[in-house]
Design a protein around this ligand. Sequence first.
Ligand code: NAP
Length: 306
Amino acid sequence: MGVWLEGKPPADRVREFVKNEAQRLRAVTGAIPGLTAVLVGDNKSSLSYVRTKEKACQALGLNGNIIHMPVETTMDTLRDQIRALNDDDSVDGILVQLPLPKQLETNEVIGWIRPDKDVDGIHPESLGLLVQNQPGLRPCTPMGVLELIKESGVPIEGRDVVIIGRSLIVGKPLAALVTNANGTVTICHSKTRDLAGTAARADILIAAMGKAAFVTREFVKPGAVVIDVGTSAVSDPATIRTLFGDDPLRAKDLADKGYTLVGDVDPRVIDTAGWLTPVPKGVGPLTIAMLMKNTLEAFKLRRGLP
Ligand code: NAP
């Protein structure tokens, strides 16, 4: 039976650091680090994510703002908005909440953000610096994953690390971070042959695919560190009972919200893994904490502060 690798303890440590550092920077510069999230449209999950980020800023003594634009926003209007934020000295971090409505070209939009304000770390320049292993802003979820691996006590150096998922925001930057940390990386995706066999060779397995409970025992080497990035809303009571038994918290979720959040990893993998992150309360809290940390980094980067 493995150990649940909870996100709260490392996330609390990062948040404490950010809170103290924000106070110190305020005393030194008289300025408060600030994050602005741009939300286009009314996607409910996106609205809830940007509000969580805004609240996290406020709790740690940072300025947090949301710019909410209508769903029919054009590329020209969005570009003007991002340029205004690029030029606004009180804004240190700019985050464009994804996904964007269909008429907007995500990669082009991300390219408009000043790289030294790119707190999501997905501007081509940020990704280039990551691949070069040069200082720069790193994507938040992959940084959170590294923090959770560190929490297990298993070193990355020399270990076989398998990542399932190759998105620009999670899988690909994570592969670069793990490579920079001297791990031996395999990236899997929907065209991978023998996914379970490949995953089962991993000392450290990271699932970032968005397929509820897809990763079962046969994907996991006994004693491995398993990090579950995926989050899917599951509303089928029979599936929930199969995965979580009579867990009263899951029953309450279903009654209150009509769904419960399930990771990519079947929670019964805890019997095989050495460590497994729960969903929710695993990777999620670290993603937010790393965003706060990146806002501080951006503040310092632009002012040339150590
Ligand atoms: P994404 O852009 O949809 O990418 C999913 C990846 O998984 C793709 O590379 C896809 O392969 C691969 N995949 C899908 N089905 C597969 C299968 N059956 N076998 C092998 N590979 C498969 O997703 P994302 O943005 O990276 O997010 C992944 C999950 O993480 C989502 O559930 C998301 O909600 C969650 N997430 C959580 C946090 C957090 O803070 N907790 C942050 C970010 C994302 P192809 O490339 O071949 O299509």
